[in-house]
Design a protein around this ligand. Structure first.
Ligand code: IMO
Ligand code: MG
Length: 424
């Protein structure tokens, strides 16, 4: 029996789902615990690509039980689309997809408010995915959110919805200059969702507790990444949930004493999508080259991702705040043709070198990354399946990452397919 948490350890898009899919072979339960349809989790099996936004990547295996925890904000439209899409492609979720009664719903006004607020912020926008994530978590914190359990009592649901739409309409019309939303249309649509969602809804804390007591292997699938965490990330350029390993307990209702392992997924370089500080960001032709080689375009929004060198400062920070027990280094193959590869080992700030990640975005804007240069291995790695067969220079690069983070490398990914995964 083991309980393992897989988390993104940079700014999201670390290829977490690829690692979750690989590890899911040995798990009985795969669980999402935070975020929402802002996530874009891509799994490629034998050349076929699947992109998940809300459903755990473990659904690819016919017998796995998949859970959406209370910490996730659930957009029923996105969820139903995802279920339908999977069905069309021969993957049936019936009887093995479960959703927490306590999960909050993402409503149409959350998405509208997210998009309108971003537009309103202009150059100060966060660059959100526009999926209503911030407004949904805001309502949750303000104690006016609507939970899945509320769908069960139609009168209460209608009343809560009416109040929320009235408030949302104030913002939409008076501040953002949008059209108001109509209550009845939304109530009718959501009552329809109630009927559809009903078979999946349960107390997932009980489900997971029983699974644990029965010695099952449980795998938690994080979304986003440590630097997008609302407390520990580059605030305000973050998402609205806690994305670090600790959130797995809160987002599902299990205790920290259950957890055996935390695997941090990191790309062999760094990317970020959306606005905010990115110390090792590259510009121009070279960034373009990495973007093309790595296929660095968002799985949810299609936006080109910002690309840069591996940042040892954020990696070490991430290892600390997640309590990482091991690393999964992904997309190593993207660096195969580079003559030289840089790694950031500290930030120069005035006459000091910072090795602890600074809190203040203004500090981050005025630091200069300190780099060391590693020779590239200049050999293809995509067909390698054993760690010892990796080029020596690639192994030294990985060893340096492990040293900087004080965390062993357990997995290396050399391509997007399930099979292109190496156990170190
Ligand atoms: P996965 O799980 C990368 C980013 C957005 C934006 C910020 C806030 O695929 O790694 P939000 O819509 O959450 O309010 O946007 O967070 N962001 C992600 N970046 N991968 C993700 O998910 C992300 N989810 C949100 O680009 O900068
Ligand atoms: Mg993504």
């Amino acid at each position: 029996m083991s309980v393992t948490i897989v988390v993104g350890s940079q700014w999201g898009d670390e290829a977490k789902a690829k690692i979750v899919d690989y590890l899911a072979a040995d798990a009985e339960y795969v669980v999402r615990f935070q975020g929402g349809a802002n996530a874009g989790h891509t799994v490629i099996v034998k050349g076929k690509e699947f992109i998940f936004h809300l459903i755990p990547a473990g659904i690819m295996y016919p017998e796995k039980i998949c859970i959406i925890g209370n910490g996730v904000v659930v957009d029923p439209v996105a969820l139903m689309d995802e279920i339908e899409e999977l069905k069309k492609r021969g993957i049936d979720v019936e009887g093995r997809l479960f959703i927490s009664q306590k999960a909050h719903l993402v409503m149409p006004y959350h998405k509208m408010l997210d998009q309108a607020s971003e537009k309103h912020k202009g150059k100060n926008s966060i660059g959100t995915t526009g999926r209503g994530i911030g407004p949904a978590y805001r309502d949750k914190a303000a104690r006016v959110g609507i939970r899945i359990v509320d769908l069960l009592n139609r009168d209460v649901f209608r009343e809560k919805l009416q109040t929320n739409i009235r408030d949302a309409n104030e913002f939409l019309t008076k501040i953002y200059g949008n059209e108001p939303l109509k209550v009845d249309e939304i109530v009718d649509a959501y009552i329809e969702f109630d009927r559809k969602i009903d078979p999946y809804v349960t107390d997932i804390s009980v489900l997971l507790h029983d699974a644990y007591k029965n010695g099952k292997n449980i795998l938690f699938e994080g979304a986003q990444g440590a630097l997008l965490d609302i407390d520990h990330g580059t605030y305000p350029y973050v998402t609205s949930s806690n994305t670090i390993a600790g959130a797995a307990c809160i987002g599902t209702g299990i205790g920290p004493t259950y957890v055996d392992e935390v695997i941090g997924v990191m790309k062999a370089y760094t990317t970020r999508v959306g606005n905010g500080p990115f110390p090792t960001e590259l510009e121009g032709e070279f960034a373009e080259k990495i973007r093309e080689m790595g296929g660095e375009y968002g799985a949810t929004t299609g936006r080109p991702r910002r690309c840069g060198w591996f940042d040892g400062v954020i990696a070490q920070y991430s290892s600390r705040i997640n309590g990482l027990s091991s690393l999964a280094i992904t997309k190593l193959d993207v660096l195969d043709s580079l003559q030289e590869i840089k790694v950031c080992t500290g930030y120069r700030y005035g006459d000091r070198i910072l090795t602890n990640f600074p809190v203040d975005c203004d500090v981050l804007d005025s630091i200069e990354p300190v780099y060391e240069t590693h020779p590239g291995w200049m050999k293809p790695t995509t067909n390698i399946r054993r760690y010892e067969d990796l080029p020596e220079k690639a192994k030294s690069y990985l060893a340096r990452i492990s040293e900087l983070t004080d965390t062993p490398v357990a997995f290396v990914s050399v391509g997007s397919d399930r099979e292109q995964t190496i156990r170190a």
